[in-house]
Structure formats: structure tokens, C-alpha cells
Design a binder for this molecule. Structure first.
Ligand code: FAQ
Length: 318
């Protein structure tokens, strides 16, 4: 293709984005657009799959049958989101095997938040309330992102995340209304998950390398800092409502901005976790790689069965 033809295609592509048209898998797209989407969508898929691990830790220890059923369903939803997002990523011309390989070799990232341990039952409440709460704030704008398969996937994912957030908040309400030990457990979980939840929304806008381009392509609709502020403004009144204290002495309502001012985030901690040195990074990767290796015979058996069926079909056709 000549340089001029490429320029023409690029101009048509940009015009479609400007008109808020969806870009579909078979449409022409700039290589950088394709790669950026593979990066973000696959990291999102990996986050859902790795995100099953901290909660999976509590399925056998849920305090009642009702809690166990809800947690089991939530973790299954996360598996569904991961598979859905992997399929959407595959429409960009990358295979599932390559995507897994990127995760297992550390080439692809997954959300920093899932590298923290779940030490008490209250952590199940805090994850639903805070982590799913932050995920929804980040993901609702993604429902109108420019790449069609991602936008459509996000509509369903957001509906389920919203249910997850409510079940988490309900766990927190019950604990906060319970005995003093239970309320302490809820407060302790809030203390440990608050700051990592703020970090989860990504580095500050001045440090974010992808925001500018992603905003132009309407992959991102809001900046990391805007999403973080929205999360804080939404969550602080919820903590107040159930009598818990946000662990930030600098948190203060700013009348002029009609928003909360908040304290300094420990970005060193964030980057340490992103680079693989968080409390559970090694454990999470070991679990994922182990599951992949243990599943080899299942994949082999499925492939052998598919081949056998195909041969039978071909023989019948002769
Ligand atoms: N953790 O330039 P930016 C969930 C990386 S799903 C690790 O700002 P961008 C459901 C970033 O990749 C949670 N790495 O990047 C659930 C980049 O590195 P790279 C996941 C992070 O893409 C709930 C570098 O830093 N959600 O929770 C993080 O414009 C409960 C520079 O950053 C999504 O993935 C981080 N937190 O903005 C499951 C949503 N933040 O790639 C179970 C879709 C940044 O160049 C239980 N993703 N980095 O090597 C996004 O919206 C964006 O990708 C951001 C980052 C906002 C995460």
C-alpha cells in the first residue's frame, strides 16, 4: 500500500472515531490502535482471571451457606468476564495461547490490586465494595469505547460488577453493625484495601504514558485522576453511612471544588507491585502457571476429540 493510501485510510479512520462510530474487527485500523487495544483488553482479561484468586481463597471458609453461594457466583462471573474479554481480544488477531504466554512470562500486566492478600472474611466485603466499586467507575465509560467488541463486552460486565459491588457493601454493612470485633474487622479491611484501591485506577495523569493517545481514540473516556476523584467522592459517604473511617487524615471536603481533597498516594508502593514485588505477585503467578500446566491433558484431550470428530465428518462426506 502506498503512503498516500495509508494516509487516506488513517483520515477515514479518524473521521469515524470523531463521529463516534464503532470500529469492528474486519475494519481497517492503524497498527498502533490494534496493539494498544490488545494491551489494555488482555490486561483487563488477565486481571479478571488473576482476580479470582484472592476471593477463591475464601470460598471454603465463607461464614454461611448464603455467603458461600454468593461468593462462588461472583468468582464464576469473574471467570466469565475473563473469557469474554479474551475472546474480544482475539478478534484483533492474537491467539489465546499467545495471550496466556504473555501473562505467564510476565510480559503482560494485570491489575496491581490482586497482589494483596485476603486475610479475613471482611476482605471479601472490602473487595466487592472497593475493588468492584473502582472497577465500575473505570469500566462504565468503557461501554462507549470505540472498539465494538470491547464496548459490547463491557455492558454485560458492568451489570455484573454492579451486583458484585452491592454484595460486598452488604457484607461490610453487616460487619459494621455486628459485634465490636466484627466492626473492627471491617475497619481493618478498609484500612488495608483503601490505598491499593486508589492505586488501582492507574498512575497520576502526569505519569500516565497512554492516556493522551487512548483519549484521542476514545479507548479511554476519562483520565486516571478523574476516575480516582469520582471513586473517592462516591465512596466516602458510603463509609460514613456505615460508621467506618477512611484511613486518610488529609481527607477533607472541598466546598469550592465540591469534591474531597485527599492525602498523598504511595506511588513507590504502586510501582513496586506493578514490577512484580508486591506481597502476593509470586503466589499469583505460581497459581496461574500451575493451573495452565495441570490443564495440559484436558487441552490435549479436547484437541484429539475435535480432530477425531473432524476426520469422521470428512469420511462421511466422501
Ligand atoms: N496495575 O499509561 P497508564 C476488576 C500500567 S478488573 C498494573 O495510565 P493505561 C474486576 C499500565 O498498564 C481490573 N499496571 O496506562 C474484578 C501501563 O503499563 P504498560 C482491571 C497498571 O492503560 C474486581 C503503565 O502502568 N481493570 O477489577 C495499573 O492508559 C474484583 C502506565 O499506565 C482494567 O484493566 C494497575 N492498577 O491506564 C475482578 C480496566 N495501572 O501497559 C475480581 C481496563 C496502570 O505500558 C475482583 N484498563 N498500569 O506496560 C484500563 O482502564 C487502563 O488500562 C488503566 C491504566 C486505567 C488500568
Amino acid at each position: 500500500m502506498s503512503e498516500e493510501q495509508i494516509k487516506n485510510l488513517e483520515a477515514q479512520f479518524e473521521a469515524r472515531i470523531a463521529r463516534d462510530e464503532k470500529i469492528e474487527p474486519k475494519d481497517w485500523m492503524p497498527e498502533k490502535y490494534r496493539k494498544t487495544h490488545i494491551r489494555q483488553m488482555s490486561q483487563h482479561a488477565h486481571s479478571e482471571i488473576v482476580g479470582m484468586l484472592p476471593e477463591g481463597n475464601w470460598i471454603t471458609r465463607a461464614p454461611s451457606l448464603r455467603r458461600k453461594v454468593a461468593l462462588l457466583a461472583k468468582v464464576q462471573d469473574e471467570a466469565g468476564h475473563g473469557l469474554y474479554l479474551y475472546s474480544a481480544t482475539e478478534t484483533l488477531g492474537i491467539s489465546r495461547d499467545e495471550l496466556y504466554e504473555q501473562l505467564h512470562t510476565g510480559k503482560a500486566k494485570y491489575s496491581s490490586i490482586f497482589n494483596y492478600p485476603t486475610v479475613t472474611w471482611a476482605d471479601m466485603g472490602a473487595i466487592g465494595w472497593l475493588v468492584d466499586g473502582a472497577a465500575i467507575i473505570n469500566q462504565v465509560p468503557l461501554c462507549s469505547t470505540s472498539y465494538g467488541p470491547y464496548a459490547r463486552a463491557m455492558i454485560r460486565v458492568c451489570k455484573e460488577e454492579s451486583f458484585h459491588q452491592r454484595q460486598g457493601f452488604e457484607i461490610m454493612i453487616k460487619l459494621a453493625e455486628g459485634t465490636s470485633e466484627q466492626k473492627e474487622m471491617a475497619q481493618d479491611a478498609l484500612n488495608r484495601w483503601w490505598w491499593p484501591s486508589l492505586m488501582m485506577l492507574g498512575p497520576t495523569d502526569s505519569e500516565s504514558v497512554h492516556t493522551e493517545q487512548s483519549m484521542k481514540w476514545k479507548l479511554k473516556r476519562k483520565s486516571n485522576d478523574d476516575l480516582r476523584q469520582q471513586f473517592i467522592d462516591q465512596t466516602v459517604p458510603q463509609a460514613e453511612l456505615i460508621g467506618l473511617t477512611i484511613p486518610d487524615p488529609d481527607l477533607k471536603w472541598n466546598e469550592e471544588r465540591q469534591s474531597y481533597d485527599f492525602g498523598e498516594i504511595n506511588w513507590d508502593e504502586f510501582w513496586q507491585v506493578v514490577k512484580g514485588h508486591g506481597p502476593c505477585n509470586k503466589e499469583r503467578m505460581k497459581a496461574r502457571v500451575g493451573a495452565w500446566e495441570r490443564g495440559e491433558w484436558v487441552r490435549d484431550a479436547a484437541m484429539a476429540y475435535a480432530e477425531k470428530q473432524q476426520t469422521r465428518k470428512e469420511k462421511r462426506a466422501i
